[in-house]
Design a protein around this ligand. Sequence first.
Ligand code: SAM
Length: 264
Amino acid sequence: MPPSYTHGHAESVLRSHRTRTAANSAAYLLPALRPGLSVLDVGAGPGSITADLARLVAPGRVVALETSEEVLVHTRAGVEASGVDGVEYLAGDIHALDVPDDSFDVVHAHQVLQHLADPVAALGEMLRVCRPGGVVAVRDADYAAFTWFPEADGIDRWLALYRDLARRNGGEPEAGRRLLGWALAAGADPTRVTATASVWCYADEESRAAWGVGWPSASCIRRWPNSCWPRGSPRHPSWRRSRTPGAPGRPLRTAGSRCCTASC
Ligand SMILES: C[S@@+](CC[C@H](N)C(=O)[O-])C[C@H]1O[C@@H](n2cnc3c(N)ncnc32)[C@H](O)[C@@H]1O
């Protein structure tokens, strides 16, 4: 049973994830793509990256995998809204993919491993279903590397709370720096793993506003269900001081994100 996915699939979260494109979130993978390749996109979320990948490999087969049929409703809606058809949808768990060995040329997961109980097992599965000579590609955030200016005490407290909560839910918010080690532990060939780093930068008016409004509404206590926070445990100190992690639209923040590709 997968641990609870901290962010959930509320509209505020999906809206933010829909801003992701292959260009702004999977640029490191693009040189490996060409028409006709098959792609498995694991943890596809609202499908904006999936749709871009499908365009880039058309007429190749593309499968979007999510944890349940309910979540796949959002994936399908996102892909179809972007005008791409022919994508297949599969419910499952990255820890135990119901996919034969050597099935795909490219196996991709964006911002998924950080949420998992066993990212090494997940990468092992991604390597298993990737055909020899194919590419496994993962990119994950590294929350401790997030920076912003001007300094904002409320956002500092939000970050401390988020990192605690993600770990209580069985995830690892500093996944970015661990991707290379996880890939090697999963059995990737050390001579064929490439580790790189990239950032999202929220510096213009529009992206600052989107981030500044999006995180507080995604982070409000109603959306982080009580079940995420162990019964009987004291509230995180941040909640005593403030329930509003930062003023909407104010802070300028960059998010450290790292990616790692493993050829197999
Ligand atoms: C942060 S979202 C990323 C969505 C998309 N890849 C993107 O970047 O926009 C993480 C996604 O991983 C999915 N996920 C979480 N645990 C999973 C698991 N065990 N197996 C497959 N997908 C999982 C969640 O449902 C969620 O949609």
